[in-house]
Design a protein around this ligand. Structure first.
Ligand SMILES: [Mg+2]
Length: 260
């Protein structure tokens, strides 16, 4: 048996599912992790959906409710705001579901006179939201982004994600975020390791993207496994500064490796 990780962090898009279809080995891996009593959670940078949306999505794909454990870059952002800006007035550019998650966590969301500005992956973005956000950015307020992704994978191809919005905002205001949470910010896995009571170096991050999932190896010191079921082809890996500890075709391949 190969050396088993103490806990596994699973990316979702391009790793566990693509569009509305599970990828090979997805459900079998969860069963095996439970059998082996290996801790796991899903971790996604995508802040366009709330936790409830992901729960529904995963259970709809056949994942048992108790296995649908989800940590998002939105959770990491809430945690960061509570530590660094407790009780402060937050202007959030984000979807209704992200707003709901922030409000449930007690974040003081406002539309005027904010203390802090937070940019999420807002698939309900309007021109007015951009105008307001840039107006307050020009006043020099702290600027936080929930994650860095340039594009979001979809069955029809890449769609502009928050990193593309950041580029637009930078062109207008000259500003870039002081803090970008989500993968590969080390804080997100440090918090998971703390919650589980394990060392960060005992964690295995499994994902399909080099500059977020696999970059966590360099930024946080977790072990990483790249799956080729999403946006990365082997040819991208050869030219990348981010080198995974393991490479698998998909989760079925990973499961076979660790269980044999
Ligand atoms: Mg992915």
């Amino acid at each position: 048996m190969s050396n088993l990780p103490t806990a596994i962090i699973l990316d979702m898009d391009g790793t566990f599912f693509l569009g509305d279809a599970l990828l090979p080995g997805a459900l079998e891996l969860l069963d095996w992790l439970n059998e082996q009593r290996i801790q796991f959670t899903f971790l996604t940078n995508n802040t366009s959906r709330g936790k409830q949306d992901y729960m529904r999505m995963l259970t709809g794909l056949g994942v048992r409710k108790e296995n649908a454990r989800i940590y998002t870059a939105g959770d990491a952002t809430v945690s960061y705001l509570k530590s660094n800006y407790p009780g402060r007035r937050v202007l959030l550019v984000g979807t209704q579901s992200l707003r709901s998650n922030f409000l449930e966590e007690g974040i003081n969301l406002v539309n005027e006179e904010p203390d802090v500005l937070v940019l999420g992956y807002d698939t309900e973005l309007t021109y007015q939201k951009l105008v307001d956000f840039c107006f307050y950015l020009r006043q020099g307020l702290p600027y936080i982004a929930t994650h860095p992704d340039l594009n979001c994978p979809s069955p029809i191809g890449p769609m502009p994600d928050i990193g593309s919005f950041m580029a637009l905002i930078q062109t207008s205001t000259g500003r870039t975020p002081e803090v970008v949470l989500g993968k590969p910010n080390a804080g997100i896995v440090q918090e998971l390791a703390r919650n589980w009571g394990v060392q960060v170096s005992d964690l295995l991050m499994v994902g399909d993207r080099l500059y977020t999932d696999i970059a966590l190896g360099q930024t946080a010191g977790v072990q990483t496994a790249l799956v080729l079921s999403g946006e990365t082809h082997l040819s991208n890996l050869h030219n990348s500064q981010f080198k995974p500890d393991f490479v698998f075709e998909n989760l079925a391949d990973l499961l076979q490796f660790f269980s044999s």
